[in-house]
Design a protein around this ligand. Sequence first.
Ligand code: FAD
Length: 287
Amino acid sequence: MSDVLILGYGPAGVSASLYALRAGLDVQLVGKDSGALGKAHLIQNYYGLEKPLTGEELLQVGKKQALDLGAKIAEDEVTDLMFNGSEFVATGLNGEYHGKVCIMATGAARKKQPLPGMAEMEGHGVSYCAVCDAFFYRQKNVAVMGSGEYALHETMELLNVVNSVTLLTNGVPLTANFPENVKVVDRKLKGLTGEGSFKGVVFDDDSTAEFDGLFVALGSANATDLALKAGAAFDQGKLVLDEDLQTTIPGLYAAGDCTGGILQVSVAVGEGARAAMAAIKYLRENR
Ligand SMILES: Cc1cc2nc3c(=O)[nH]c(=O)nc-3n(C[C@H](O)[C@H](O)[C@H](O)COP(=O)(O)OP(=O)(O)OC[C@H]3O[C@@H](n4cnc5c(N)ncnc54)[C@H](O)[C@@H]3O)c2cc1C
């Protein structure tokens, strides 16, 4: 088990790792790709750059810095996070990662409400967390919206409890292998049915299909999804964080674009440092 488990190796995650490593802690970083930074054409407004770097170049410099100080870096997509009473366990496609504390630095959450009315139906038939809500749909027929590994993870969680799962890909090609007992519908979606609570979906040809519940699992799990699974509190849809960027679960922090606000490298680096320093203090006091 590592002392500090960091999800995401963008500026926030790597910055956090540098503080933890220099405090003599054992650090595990897990990231799935180059995140927002990898998409930045040229970074010109970050302190100390002799010449502008591409986002990808800056990312590689950061990862090397962490590696040189002794970080373990895994390339993996995390689909689940839990706290088992003594450690945080992140489940990835390739294995499990353990930490005494965990810093979520998974970048900005992509918009996960692609259909009108979806936000209003959250908690009324629309869910973003299978492990949290599957129980409410025992023996019922539910749909999962998504097409990749994260949707597969949510589907497998649901199959233990519900009667049937239909996968709604909304026209997006499948990137994971779903079991044969999952019906895959690849038609485009136009909307939801139900007044205030979810009843079903409307396809682009105006035909409809009814389900007891809809689980949204688009793209990959972000900090909000993972915090939900770990049991952290939310207030009006926002993750509750204290001044140390700690969630309501002691030892679980968030940093960088995933906390919202100004989405810039300098802010992500600063938040990574803040979360790491708080985590170091927490570990020293709770060892
Ligand atoms: C096109 C573009 C241009 C930009 N230009 C600038 C600029 O000029 N100046 C500037 O300061 N900022 C710029 N930004 C913003 C900047 O890139 C971000 O603010 C910064 O990268 C945020 O860092 P982060 O570590 O919070 O998140 P990211 O850089 O997004 O890193 C997130 C990390 O989390 C990982 N991750 C996410 N989900 C999972 C999962 N489920 N499992 C495992 N790993 C996961 C990703 O693989 C990645 O490693 C730009 C952004 C974009 C998109």
